[in-house]
Design a protein around this ligand. Structure first.
Ligand code: BGC
Length: 817
């Protein structure tokens, strides 16, 4: 097969309807059971803020949940649970800017439950995250009305969101009212499991009508004292021209609204435009947030002009970020759903914020908007396309070094110990207890022992630097971050003179089902293989890191960390003498894993059907997963996912252990049978590891991950927010595992493993500041060096063992025949 099309499509110029379908997430009809999920999946975000796809007229209830969130904006609250103070920090649900309500004859006519729906279509145009609702309904008086609602959160102008209604009375004429509001009476109430915990985060400050068309509301978060102001300008247009209509204003300190009095004529459409500006006291160039929001919204563009500007920004993003797979339309479509949501959460607008990668995006309240280790799965997508965004997300960690240092010290360690769940301050935000919905009981939560998050941060910085060669970042922040983490691990490891090796005790791996040894009083395990091997790798990189810097910069980093030569010597020693547990010729998940009991998987499947959440099942039975050879998600297997065979062989050889050629295959065979995939991240890891020796079974896992959010396979979790790690992980599988791309030794390597289900893949990456289009088909790989950057340089590539230089503006073809 020869390649005719070697680049992401120009989304702006594609108007064919099949392409529209590939870029649309569509729902027909109303289904109350599905509405929460649709609201999440059709949310509109721009990396600065996001709003759920709730209909404008709905309030929070068991079906709907309007929520608006700003990236990185948290508040802490305390609940007395049985007299015990429980502290939680939440991504704050901000004032709802959506409300538009239709009243006819003094009665609210647009409650879907009260009208007869003649037509209802709900769409998200993925090209630009534009939400459209198209509906026709008949009210109790027999009046038929058509409403087309469109909205977006501007990618081009990050503080702005726009909403437009086009109303047509189909068989009636007469007076009607549209109520436009900003509602500050909101709480965090989106996750039923958290409802016993305090959800009030906002204090009302006041409401104003600074201009006849503009209303504004100011609130302040109760503990973090962030001022948030939302202003809205509502206008009426007839035949495209603004018209004056009578308005009545109403406000309380936490709610503001304007009622527009319209005279509607049968068959004549009228448009209502609501433009919104949101500013917080965390924003630069902002004094009084209300003044800023008011001024900004008063100057905002018309809906159409703002939409064109917004589409143009998205179009450029797709040029950089689209990933094409040929031969599987469903996979293509879902990848685009994922890319759209990743960019709605982390976009160039995020690059100026102090915000991390929230595991569940910014369109729901699951995990309280906290930042876990999931960026490990997200950054590879961003680094290859929007490296400035990755840098900013790494800066979120760097800015929290003081807390990481204090946490290490409080635990009797040195260096930087990052929290398992991070929010505003960078302190540990993991809850102390969590509710098991199966038993209704609050269980102790030991997951904060997942110290591997600090290893992931080290890895992320290193990947960013190898991919971008951003030596400035390495010099000014990266090296300090990495070496402080190495110092932490060195202080956690202790030398066992019996084994003559280093050991790590008291931590948990990514598999959260093993919190401690059966019957043990203390949490944590001995020698979790994922952690130990990772630390051996970290110590090796760290020991040589300063050699990469010019002497004065290396000295500055040393001085800042007060680094001693003995420390570096100890890192070298750890990289050669870390202990790794084995049993039956494979790496044990942790020391003592072999002594655990085998679970009767068939019996549990027969009894419960879905056994992904074996932790809840076993605990509800009065048992504990700690007793069994099982895993929530990939743990030891993650090593193959992160490092690949060559790197693992180097690590193991340095450690004096054997690493047989079939080690990865044997590991995945063993653990695959014992993993419940209770976190969908696990499908990503298993798919990645299987790609090399069983691409088709890898594709099966990939497909599960791909469908997991859109199909809500965990039964209700996606309505509480997307899964960022899985969404980005699927896209990363295409580039790093199916195209087999990795940056190493100053070269871009490609070792394709295309599954039988697809004919090929194509995407654009930025490698060492040069934009490249990579196309991998069954019989050929094409790498095109696209011009467009000032300091582009030729790029060295190695495809299936052959090395070549791709000239600036040039193209290299590699036959795979
Ligand atoms: C997973 C973690 C993950 C977290 C947030 C949990 O279910 O086990 O690995 O970091 O979700 O996505």
């Amino acid at each position: 097969m020869t390649i005719s099309h070697t680049g992401p499509i120009d989304t702006a110029s594609d108007t064919a309807s099949d392409t529209d379908a590939a870029f649309t997430l569509a729902y027909d009809g109303v289904d109350p059971r599905d509405e929460g999920l649709r609201e999440t999946l059709t949310s509109t975000g721009n990396g600065y803020m996001a709003t759920r796809g709730t209909a404008e007229w709905e309030e929070a209830d068991d079906v709907h949940y309007p929520g608006t969130y700003a990236h990185g904006l948290y508040n802490r609250a305390t609940t007395l649970l049985g007299g015990v103070p429980v502290h939680n920090e939440d991504l704050v649900n901000l004032p709802n800017w959506l409300p538009l309500k239709l009243r006819i004859g003094g009665v609210e006519v647009l409650r879907l439950a009260d009208v007869e729906i003649l037509d209802y279509r709900h769409r998200l145009d993925l090209r630009a995250a534009v939400l459209t609702r198209h509906l026709r309904f008949r009210d109790r008086e027999g009046r038929e009305t058509e409403l087309v609602s469109r909205r977006f959160t501007s990618m081009a102008s990050m503080h702005h969101a726009y909403l437009e209604w086009t109303l047509t009375p189909l068989n009636w004429s007469g007076p009607a009212e549209v109520v436009s509001a900003i509602d500050g009476r909101v709480t965090n109430d989106g996750v039923p499991r958290y409802r016993d915990l305090e959800g009030v985060h906002l204090h009302p400050v006041g409401a104003e009508f600074p201009e006849s068309e503009v209303m504004a509301l100011k609130t302040r978060t109760r503990q973090s004292e962030v001022t948030v102001s939302v202003a809205a300008r509502t206008r009426v247009l007839a035949v495209g021209r603004p018209v004056e209509v009578p308005r009545s204003d109403f406000r309380t300190p936490d709610h503001v609204q304007q009622t527009l009095h319209l005279d509607l004529e049968r068959g004549v459409p009228v448009t209502v435009e609501k433009s919104v500006a949101l500013f917080t006291s965390r924003d630069p160039a902002t004094g009084d947030t209300l003044v800023r929001a008011h001024r900004s919204v008063a100057r905002s563009r018309s809906f159409e002009s703002a939409l064109a500007h917004h589409r143009e920004s998205w179009n450029r993003l797709w040029q950089a970020c689209d990933v094409q797979v040929f031969g599987d339309d469903e996979a293509q479509h879902l990848l685009r759903v994922h890319i759209s949501h990743i960019l709605q959460t982390c976009s160039p607008n995020t690059a100026d914020l102090d915000a991390g990668v929230p595991a569940r995006g910014i369109n729901g309240e699951a995990y309280r908007g906290h930042v876990f280790w999931d960026e490990l799965f997200v950054l590879p997508f961003l680094t290859y396309r929007l490296p400035g965004v990755t840098r900013s997300l790494l800066m979120y960690r760097y800015r929290r070094l003081a807390e990481a240092r204090a946490a290490a010290r409080a635990a009797g360690r040195a260096g930087f110990m990052f929290p398992w769940q991070s929010g505003s301050l960078g302190t540990e935000e993991t809850q102390e207890v969590h509710l098991n919905p199966m038993s209704g009981k609050w269980d102790v939560d030991l997951s904060h022992n997942q110290r591997h998050v600090s290893a992931a941060i080290f890895y992320n910085v290193w990947q960013y630097i190898t991919t971008t060669e951003d030596t400035m970042f390495l010099e000014s922040q990266g090296a300090e971050l990495m070496l402080g983490i190495a110092r932490f691990w060195s202080s956690v490891a202790h030398y066992s003179s019996d084994r003559e090796r280093y050991e790590i005790h008291g931590v948990m791996g990514p598999d959260e089902y093993h919190e401690k040894y059966p019957g043990a009083a203390e949490g944590g395990l001995r020698n979790n293989a994922y952690t130990n091997v990772f630390v051996a790798w970290i110590c090796d990189i760290a020991a040589h890191l300063l050699d990469l810097l010019p002497a004065p910069r290396a000295d500055a980093v040393r001085a800042r960390l007060e680094l001693r030569d003995e420390e570096i010597e100890r890192w070298k020693d750890i990289s050669r003498r870390m202990f790794v547990p084995f049993h039956d010729g494979i790496i044990s998940q942790f020391e003592g894993y072999d002594d655990l009991e085998e679970l009767d998987w068939d019996a549990y499947r027969a009894k419960y059907g879905d056994i992904q959440r074996l932790d809840r099942i076993l605990k509800a039975e009065g048992d504990t997963p700690d007793r069994y050879k099982l895993a929530k998600q990939a743990d030891a297997v993650m090593l193959s996912f992160l490092f690949g065979d060559d790197e693992l062989r180097r690590i193991f050889t340095r450690l004096g252990y054997e690493f047989p050629d079939d080690a990865a295959r044997r590991m995945i065979e063993y653990y695959d049978r014992r993993t419940s995939h209770g976190s969908t991240l696990s499908y990503i890891t298993h798919a990645g590891v299987l790609a090399r020796f069983d691409p088709d079974s890898s594709w099966e896992r990939f497909t599960v991950a791909l469908r997991s959010d859109v199909g809500d396979i965990q039964g209700g979790t996606t309505r509480e927010g997307i899964h960022m790690g899985v969404m980005a992980g699927t896209v990363d599988l295409v580039q790093r595992f199916y195209a087999g791309m990795r940056a190493e030794g100053g070269m871009l390597h490609l070792e394709p493993n295309l599954p039988g289900a697809i004919d090929g893949v194509s995407f654009t990456v930025i490698y060492q500041r040069s934009p490249l289009t990579v196309t991998v088909m069954r019989d050929e790989v094409v790498i095109r060096h696209r011009d467009g950057v000032i300091d582009a340089t030729p790029v060295r590539v190695r495809v299936a063992g052959r090395e070549r230089l791709v000239a600036v503006g040039g193209e290299e073809r590699f036959s795979l025949a």
